[in-house]
Design a protein around this ligand. Structure first.
Ligand code: TRP
Length: 339
């Protein structure tokens, strides 16, 4: 089994990032590396330039993301952790696959439609071909499984389509070049919402810092934010159905469940009939207990640029090695002469 996944580098990491993607990566690393599988995790910094960005912030965000991943449990000795920009094979393979990807396929991508909006003429070409780079990311390593959120499923299907068409067009039937990757969508792909508005995703760009729990927050800040979180006046219901129409209550119960590693139903069994005056301190303490060790490592590591760069350099070295054979075979299959 070979697991490959990427994440766009953002700064100001928060609970939503942790429960949404990072924690799942750590679990897969621990589960699959013990069974002889291999996990490659990378910062999708090449994808980041598909939208307007600030160069000085991209570098800082890339290093911060590495610090967060390592602090939360990604072990650079167990997983291969790197950034795309140090492995030119990603960009090379993208170009080679651009000959196989069809305009019509890319035109149907919902992320493209959402991000380009009404202004397609003004969108970058990189935004349009973003899914081809994503296909290259996974096909380059012959990934068998790709953990992603629900919103990336369509991109994964495109990667399979590209792989299949390439294999068909350029390979002998008994010697396909690319492995068709399977998406893995974590069952509880936790959608963590803002603490101020249960209908908006927890986000680093929310102007109110009270809306999110940052991975850098100390115990006091966490307790404060949970105490001030928006709720309703009702006590907690006995069943999950009782949370319908109560987005804030639903979110806090969901966070508790995700952090405790139990189902929302079992949280409600414990807290049925209790008000937020009782539930919030329990949630705050749980968050402090689970997040504090990671937060402490994160605050320290994010200052240590030398170590972060060394981690990335080592990961890129291994990734380049793994990528080389597939890239060479792709050039060859296309009839490109390389001496
Ligand atoms: N597009 C993904 C996201 O926004 C990030 C990503 C880039 C990715 N390349 C990938 C995810 C390859 C999985 C595999 O979440």
């Amino acid at each position: 089994m070979r697991i490959v996944s990427g994440i766009q580098p953002t700064g100001n990491l928060h609970l939503g990032n942790y429960l949404g993607a990072i924690r799942n990566w750590v679990r897969m690393q621990d589960e699959y590396s013990a069974k002889g599988g291999q996990c490659l995790y990378f910062l999708a910094d090449l994808h980041a330039i598909s939208m307007p960005h600030t160069p000085s912030e991209l570098g800082a965000a890339t290093r911060e993301m590495v610090a967060a991943l390592v602090s939360c449990g990604i072990d650079p000795d167990k997983s291969i952790l790197f950034n795309q920009a140090q492995v030119p094979a990603h960009a090379e393979l993208q170009w080679l696959l651009n000959g196989t990807a069809r305009m019509g396929w890319l035109n149907r991508m919902t992320q493209w439609k959402d991000k380009a909006g009404k202004n397609r003429e003004g969108a970058s070409v990189a935004l349009f071909t973003y899914p081809v780079l994503q296909a290259a990311d996974v096909l380059l390593y012959q990934a068998t499984h790709v953990p992603v959120g629900e919103d990336q499923k369509q991109h994964l299907e495109l990667a399979r389509d590209i792989a299949q068409k390439f294999n068909n067009d350029f390979c002998a039937e008994d010697a396909p070049l690319f492995t068709l990757p399977e998406p893995i969508i974590p069952p509880e792909a936790a959608r963590i919402m803002s603490l101020r508005d249960g209908s908006a995703k927890m986000s680093k760009s929310d102007p109110s810092d009270m809306s999110r729990i940052n991975l850098t927050d100390d115990a006091d800040a966490i307790m404060q934010k949970v105490k001030k979180a928006k709720t309703d006046p009702e006590p907690l219901p006995a069943t999950v159905e009782g949370l319908a129409g109560r987005p804030e209550a639903n979110n806090l119960v969901g966070i508790y469940a995700a952090m405790a590693g139990v189902t929302p139903a079992s949280v409600l069994t414990d807290f049925e009939g209790k008000g937020f005056g009782q539930f919030k301190p329990a949630l705050g303490e749980l968050l402090v207990e689970k997040l504090s060790p990671m937060a402490a490592r994160y605050r320290e590591l994010r200052q240590d640029r030398e170590s972060l760069d060394a981690i990335l350099a080592k990961g890129a070295f291994k990734a380049r090695d793994l990528a080389a054979p597939t890239l060479a075979r792709t050039y060859e299959a296309l009839g490109l002469v390389r001496g």
